[in-house]
Design a protein around this ligand. Structure first.
Ligand code: 6PG
Length: 470
C-alpha cells in the first residue's frame, strides 16, 4: 500500500479535525488512537477524504504506514500523556523522524522534551495550534517552536492546513524549543483578557443599563462592524442573541468560568519575567473568583448585591465601545511587551510583527486590529504598541471613555477588574514621576536597602531614619 506522507496520534475532536484538514489538502495521513474503535469510526465517517486516510491499530502499524523520514503529529492531552506517547514511539522511530506536539503544552515541558530529543531522538517540534474545532478543520493559526530545519521540513503541510489572511498562511516558526508554545500561552492569556473585558461590558449593559441579552447581542453585532471587529465580539453577539426554550441562553448559564490553565501559566511566566500584564492577571483572577460561587453568595447575603443601575446618561453604548477599544489596545500592548521580555530573557529573537500577523486569522483572538498592530510592531518592535503613533492616537481618544466607564463601575458597584487594570497601567505608564519613592524610603527604613536620589549621584544611599525611629 502507498505509504502516508504524515501521521497523527489522538483522534479527539481537535485531532480528528486536523487529520481531515490534512487529508483535504491532498496529503495521505496515517492515524492512530489509543481506543481502536475510535480510529475505525473516524475512517468510516471521513467520506470522500477516506481514500487519503490510513487507519492503523497499533503504534508499530502507524510507524510502518508512514514514509521515512516520518512526521507524526501528537494531538493528545497536555502533560504526562505526551511524555508517555513519545516514550512509546521512541523505540519504533529513527533518529531522523520528527514528532510534533500540537497540544497546549506548557513551554517548560516543550523545552525539556526538545532537550531530551536532542540526546535520545527522535526530532521534536512544539506547536501551538489555535482556533478550536472549526479552526482545526478549516484553518488554524499555527505557532511553531524547535529547530528551524525541522520546521522547514514540515512547513509546506502546515502552511497548507493553516488559516490564510488575504492569502498569507498563518503558520510561523517562532524560535527554538518552547518558543511556539510560549507564544500560544500568551495568545491564550490575551484570549482570557479579551473575553473578560467583553464580559465586563456585558455586565455594565445588563446590570448597569438594564438591557436584555438580545439587545446586548445587537450592540456586539454592531461593534463587530467597526474597529472592534473580532471573532470574540462576533461570537459574543451570537451567544447573547441565542435562546433556549424561549429564554435568552445567557440568562440560564451558570456564572462559573472553567479554565484549563493556560491563562494561569501566562501570568506565572509574566511574574518570572517581571513583565506587567495586569489585564491578563485580572482576567485569570476573575475566572477564579467566578468559580467561588458559594463565597460570592455569602458575600451578597452580608453586604447586599453590588451591581446597581447606572444613572441615566453616565455611561452610553458609544462610551462602552471606546472603553473596550482602549482596554483591548492596552491588553495587547502588555501581551507584546511580555513576548519582548521573554524573547530577550530566553534569547529567542521572537518575531513580534510576525506574531501579530499569525494571529490575524484562524485563532480565537483574531481581529481587525492585529493587522495594524503588526504594522506598528514592524516600524519599531522595541517601542511597544502604546507609544506607536497609530495606537497612541486611538488611546488619546479612547482612554477618557475608559476612565468614565471604570469610574461609573466603581461608583455603582459594577466590577470591572480587567478594564480598571488596563486604565491603572495606562496611567502608570504615562506618569514620569510615580510613587515608588515612598516604597524605596520604606525599604530603606526597615531594611537599609538603599535608594538613589534625584538631587545627588550614587546608589545605595540611605535616609536619616535613625532620628525618626518609631
Ligand atoms: C485556542 C484556545 C484553546 C483553549 C480553549 C480552552 O486557541 O483554540 O485557546 O487552545 O484550550 O479555548 O481554554 P480554557 O479552558 O483555559 O478557557
Amino acid at each position: 500500500m502507498e505509504r502516508a506522507d504524515i501521521g497523527l496520534i489522538g483522534l479527539g475532536t481537535m485531532g480528528a479535525m486536523l487529520a481531515l484538514n490534512i487529508a483535504e489538502k491532498g496529503y495521505r495521513i496515517a492515524v492512530w488512537n489509543r481506543t481502536g474503535s475510535v480510529t475505525e469510526k473516524f475512517a468510516a465517517t471521513a467520506g470522500e477524504l477516506a481514500s487519503r486516510i490510513v487507519p492503523t491499530q497499533t503504534l508499530q502499524a502507524l510507524v510502518e504506514a508512514i514514509r521515512p523520514p516520518r512526521t507524526i503529529i501528537l494531538m493528545v492531552p497536555a502533560g504526562k500523556v505526551v511524555d508517555d506517547q513519545i516514550a512509546a514511539l521512541r523505540p519504533l522511530l529513527d533518529r531522523d523522524d520528527l514528532v510534533i506536539d500540537a497540544g497546549n503544552a506548557n513551554f517548560h515541558d516543550t523545552d525539556r522534551r526538545a532537550a531530551e530529543a536532542a540526546i535520545k531522538g527522535p526530532r521534536f517540534l512544539g506547536m501551538g495550534v489555535s482556533g478550536g474545532e472549526e479552526g482545526a478543520r478549516h484553518g488554524p493559526s499555527i505557532m511553531g517552536g524547535g529547530d528551524k530545519a525541522d520546521w522547514d521540513r514540515v512547513k509546506p503541510v502546515l502552511e497548507a492546513i493553516s488559516a490564510k489572511y488575504q492569502g498569507i498562511p498563518c503558520a510561523t516558526w517562532m524560535g527554538p524549543a518552547g518558543a511556539g508554545h510560549f507564544v500560544k500561552a500568551v495568545h491564550n492569556g490575551v484570549e482570557y483578557a479579551d473575553m473578560q473585558m467583553i464580559a465586563e461590558i456585558y455586565g455594565l449593559m445588563r446590570d448597569g443599563l438594564g438591557m436584555g441579552a438580545a439587545a446586548i447581542g445587537d450592540v456586539f453585532a454592531a461593534w463587530n462592524r467597526g474597529p472592534l471587529q473580532s471573532y470574540l465580539v462576533e461570537i459574543s453577539a451570537a451567544v447573547a442573541r441565542a435562546t433556549d426554550g424561549g429564554k435568552p441562553m445567557l440568562d440560564v448559564i451558570l456564572d462559573k468560568a472553567g479554565q484549563k490553565g493556560t491563562g494561569r501559566w501566562t501570568v506565572i511566566e509574566a511574574q518570572h519575567l517581571s513583565a506587567p500584564i495586569p489585564v491578563i492577571e485580572a482576567a485569570v483572577m476573575a475566572r477564579n473568583v467566578s468559580a467561588r460561587l458559594e463565597a460570592r453568595q455569602a458575600g451578597q447575603a452580608v453586604f447586599g448585591p453590588a451591581p446597581q443601575a447606572l444613572p441615566q446618561g453616565s455611561v452610553t453604548i458609544a462610551l462602552l465601545e471606546q472603553a473596550m477599544i482602549a482596554g483591548k489596545i492596552l491588553c495587547y500592548a502588555q501581551g507584546f511587551q511580555m513576548l519582548a521580555a521573554a524573547s530577550e530573557s530566553f534569547g529567542w529573537n521572537l518575531p513580534l510583527p510576525e506574531i501579530a500577523k499569525v494571529w490575524r486569522a484562524g485563532c480565537i483572538i483574531r481581529s481587525s486590529m492585529l493587522n495594524d498592530m503588526s504594522t506598528a510592531l514592524a516600524e519599531d518592535p522595541a517601542r511597544g504598541l502604546m507609544l506607536a503613533p497609530f495606537f497612541a492616537s486611538l488611546l488619546k481618544t479612547a482612554t477618557p471613555a475608559l476612565r468614565q466607564v471604570v469610574a461609573a463601575g466603581a461608583a455603582h458597584g459594577q466590577p470591572v477588574p480587567a478594564l480598571s487594570a488596563g486604565l491603572s497601567w495606562f496611567d502608570m505608564m504615562r506618569t514620569a514621576r510615580g510613587t515608588a519613592n515612598m516604597i524605596q524610603a520604606q525599604r530603606d527604613f526597615f531594611g537599609a536597602h538603599g535608594f538613589e536620589r534625584l538631587d545627588q549621584p550614587g546608589t545605595g544611599l540611605h535616609g536619616p531614619w535613625g532620628a525618626h525611629m518609631v
